[in-house]
Write a protein that binds this ligand. Structure first.
Ligand code: BMA
Length: 250
C-alpha cells in the first residue's frame, strides 16, 4: 500500500464494525479520517474526526461531506453503513423494506452524489456490499436486495466517473464478527448461544471461521490504494471461500 500521508478519507458507518476497522486501518497508515455515523466509535483513544449523520437524511449526508472536505478535497470514500432485517418478501413490512434500502443503499447514493464533486482526480470509492448480493440465506429479502443495489451502483459509478479518474469498487464480505452479525447471532442463537451460533456460521465457510473486521478493512485499503490503480467497477469477495463451495457435499 502506498504512503497514505495527507490522504483525506470519509467513512460512512465508521462508528463500528467493518467501517471502524477501515477507519483505524486508514489512520494507522497516516490518512486523515472523518467518521460519519449515528454513533461514535466505542474506542476513545483515536484521531478520527467525527460527525453525527443519519444517512436517511440528504442534508445530513451533505453536511458530513462538507465537514470532511473543510480541510482538503476527498481522496477516499467508504460506505459501510448497514442494517439487517429478516423476512421473506411477504413477511417484510413495506416500511421495513424502505428502511433497509434507505440505510444500506440509498444512503450510498446520497453519499456518492455529494462526495464525488468534492473528490480529487485519482480518488477512490469502496462500497461495502455482501456475498448476499450474489447468493443468499432464507429470509433476507430486503437486505439482499439492498446489497444487490450497491453492486449495480458500483458498476454504474465506475463507468460514469472513470473520466474523472475516480475508481469505484465493491467488497462482498462473508460472515464477519461485527455488532450487526452479533445481533443476528443473538436473534438466532439466544444470548447464551451467541458465540456458538457465530462458530457454527464460521464452520459454514471453508476457512472454518468468521472473519475479523480488519481482514475486510485490509481489502478495502488495497482497493483504495494506488496498488489497485487499474481496478474499477469490480466486486471482490472476502468470504473465506463461502461462495466457492457447493452446498451438495460428497
Ligand atoms: C453478511 C450478513 C451476515 C451473513 C453473511 C454471510 O452480509 O448477512 O449475517 O452471515 O453475509 O451470508
Amino acid at each position: 500500500m502506498q504512503n497514505s500521508l495527507n490522504k483525506n478519507a470519509l467513512v460512512f458507518g465508521g462508528g463500528s464494525g467493518i467501517g471502524w476497522a477501515t477507519a483505524r486501518t486508514m489512520m494507522d497508515r497516516g490518512a486523515t479520517v472523518t467518521i460519519a455515523d449515528v454513533r461514535r466509535p466505542a474506542e476513545h483513544n483515536h484521531a478520527a474526526r467525527y460527525i453525527d449523520c443519519d444517512v436517511r437524511e440528504a442534508e445530513q449526508v451533505c453536511a458530513a461531506v462538507r465537514y470532511a472536505t473543510e480541510l482538503a478535497p476527498l481522496d477516499w470514500l467508504i460506505y459501510s453503513t448497514g442494517i439487517q432485517h429478516y423476512g421473506s418478501v411477504v413477511e417484510t413490512p413495506v416500511e421495513e423494506y424502505d428502511l433497509v434500502q434507505s440505510i444500506n443503499a440509498r444512503g450510498a447514493f446520497l453519499a456518492c452524489r455529494s462526495a464525488i464533486p468534492q473528490m480529487r482526480k485519482g480518488g477512490a470509492i469502496v462500497l461495502v456490499s455482501s456475498v448476499q448480493a450474489l447468493a443468499c440465506q432464507e429470509g433476507v429479502a430486503a437486505y439482499a436486495a439492498s446489497k444487490g443495489t450497491l453492486e449495480a451502483l458500483t458498476r454504474a459509478m465506475a463507468v460514469d466517473h472513470a473520466k474523472d479518474n475516480i475508481r469505484v469498487n465493491a467488497v462482498l464480505p462473508g460472515t464477519v464478527d461485527t455488532p450487526m452479525v452479533r445481533s443476528s447471532a443473538e436473534k438466532f442463537g439466544g444470548a447464551d448461544g451467541l458465540e456458538q451460533k457465530l462458530q457454527q456460521w464460521g464452520e459454514n465457510h471453508p476457512l472454518g471461521r468468521v472473519a475479523h473486521a480488519d481482514e475486510i478493512a485490509n481489502l478495502i485499503a488495497f482497493l483504495l490504494s494506488d496498488k489497485a490503480s487499474f481496478i474499477t467497477g469490480a466486486s471482490y469477495r472476502a468470504d473465506g471461500g463461502l461462495l466457492a463451495q457447493l452446498a451438495v457435499r460428497l
